[in-house]
Design a protein around this ligand. Structure first.
Ligand SMILES: O=P(O)(O)OC[C@H]1O[C@](O)(CO)[C@@H](O)[C@@H]1O
Length: 501
């Protein structure tokens, strides 16, 4: 078990959701919070007054307010790498020097977009964005959610080293009218550099005279991009202190800014900045990211839930679950505290999910009647993303709300247990006014700060990711030295699949 405060919460009586509502008529006033274009409803979770009080005590014990101030002040909150975490500065919320630097770099980004629009790089109709992880998932989510593909430019975002990904992406692209954005914070990631080299070959084979002249580099390592062959005037740097999975606000967001237009990108930043101010200035008991972190700590830390499920009841947010998987699991999937000592209890759950209403026909059986308690999060929008008969959007929202009600209420059936629903299954609902750049920026910033708040409550560093290195090292070793020295299974697999290669 973890800290005394969490142990005290665990010792509280476990109330049933229905009885919580019966005994707490003011529940909606306390657990529904509207912040800008977002409405958060935690009333169908097990946060009672006592549980909330316990977590507010834990936040105080963990120095939440001080650590939050350190984040916004640009202190080295990423203690194992001796770095700040300055994604808030990208949207104007941080220390003055970092904000000024971010504004200058955004100025370069906008100037390059204006130059492209003016024809400086020739005829550009397609954008081929090459990156992986935080250098791809953010731009992909933004372009998809805000419908940036095909309106002004065709956008393809390629991440997998599997050549099929790149081959499919460039199908139908005119190499003479394609701009290649190589997105890599380090400008060394194997998959990205191999895809980028193949994209250059594609241009060369098509007779493009100056292939490197068609390349933009989005990176925190400009010197490496110059070494690779990108002209300095087409490099869009961003700060080393902006983490990969927190970087869509920086030049990594270039394809979104180009495809959607600068005004839309600025609205995205402004929406996130408003959520930054909410997080930085709100008292703990009315602080949306912190309250959400309390629910995460309750289900994972107190009840031992090993996963959390998130369903976007809006096709425009279909990529949100996969974006949040990296943000949450690469940030808090840790086993040691900030000082290197072992954690006291569970840290990040497995984030998974999908899009509604599809998920109702795939995974909701387990969520309603399975043996694994899984806290569910619904995200929906009041405004539809289409102009079809309103019956579509009505059905979408009615189903979203019905699922939350059913999870909570359950259904008794003494005569036929197979048709009984245990109920008392928690859910959170986040309702957006609409899926606009401002609302999407606010939503993503909410999740970033929720991750940070969880890390503070658990005493861990959410900004490093040493766990991704060993696999890469072994892959490089196999590439360089062949299969020798590994376990029999690995050596057999390499031999079978790669033969003598
Ligand atoms: O942007 P880069 O340096 O190519 O890294 C890509 C991704 O690889 C990781 O370093 C490890 O998965 C992520 O944190 C990062 O977003």
């Amino acid at each position: 078990m973890t800290s005394p405060a969490l142990a005290a919460i665990a010792a509280l009586p476990k109330a049933d959701l229905k009885s919580i509502f019966d005994t707490d008529p003011d529940r909606l006033d306390k657990l529904v919070l509207t912040q800008g274009p977002l409405r958060f409803d935690w009333s169908k979770t097990h946060l009672t007054d006592d549980v909330l009080a316990g977590f507010l005590k834990l936040a105080e014990d963990q120095g939440f307010a001080q650590q939050r101030d350190a984040l916004f002040s640009g202190f080295a909150v990423n203690n194992t790498e001796g770095r700040a975490a300055e994604h808030p500065a990208e949207r104007g919320e941080g220390n003055a020097d970092s904000v000024a630097r971010a504004k200058m770099l955004h100025g370069r980004m906008r100037a390059l977009i204006d130059a492209i629009e003016a024809g400086a790089l020739g005829d550009v109709r397609h954008i081929l964005h090459i990156g992986i992880g935080g250098s791809a998932l953010g731009p992909k989510l933004i372009v998809d959610a805000l419908d940036g593909d095909g309106v002004r430019y065709d956008v393809a975002i390629v991440s997998n080293v599997d050549g099929t990904a790149l081959e499919r992406a460039i199908e139908g692209f005119d190499p003479h009218a394609t701009l290649i954005a190589v997105a890599s914070k380090t400008f060394t990631t194997t998959e990205t550099m191999l895809n980028a080299a193949s994209a250059i070959n594609w241009l060369v084979e098509a007779g493009v005279e100056d292939p490197y002249g068609k390349v933009i580099a989005l990176t925190a390592a400009p010197e490496k991009a110059i070494e690779w062959g990108v002209d300095e005037t087409r490099i869009l740097p961003f700060a080393e202190s902006v983490g990969g999975r927190y970087s869509l606000w920086s030049s990594i967001g270039f394809p979104a800014a180009l495809a959607l237009g600068w005004d839309a990108f600025e609205s995205l930043l402004e929406g996130a900045a408003a959520m930054d101010r909410h997080f930085r200035l709100s008292a703990p008991h009315e602080n949306a990211p912190l309250i959400a972190a309390f629910t995460d700590q309750y289900y994972t830390g107190v009840l031992g839930c090993q996963t959390r499920a998130l369903f976007a009841y809006d096709e425009r947010l279909a990529l949100l679950p996969s974006y949040l998987q990296q943000l949450e699991m690469e940030s808090n999937g840790k086993s040691v505290k900030r000082d290197g000592s072992p954690v006291d209890g569970p840290t990040a759950p497995i984030t998974w999910g999908g899009v509604g209403t599809d998920a109702q026909h795939a995974v909701f059986q387990l969520l309603h009647q399975g043996t694994i308690l899984t806290p569910v999060e619904f995200i929906a929008s009041v405004e539809p993303g289409n102009t079809l008969d309103p019956a579509h959007h009505r059905a979408l929202l009615v189903n979203c709300f019905a699922q939350g009600a059913a999870l909570m209420r359950g259904k008794e059936n003494a005569d036929d247990p197979a048709r009984a629903y245990p109920g008392n299954r928690p859910s959170t609902t986040i309702l957006m006014d609409d899926v606009t750049p401002e609302a999407l920026g606010a939503l993503i910033a909410f999740y970033e700060h929720r991750v940070f708040a969880n890390a503070v409550l658990m005493g861990i560093n959410p900004f490093d990711q040493f766990g991704v290195e060993l696999g890469k090292e072994i892959a490089k070793s196999i590439e360089a030295n062949g299969p020798s020295g590994f376990d029999p299974s690995t050596m057999a697999l390499i031999g079978l699949a790669l033969g003598g290669q």
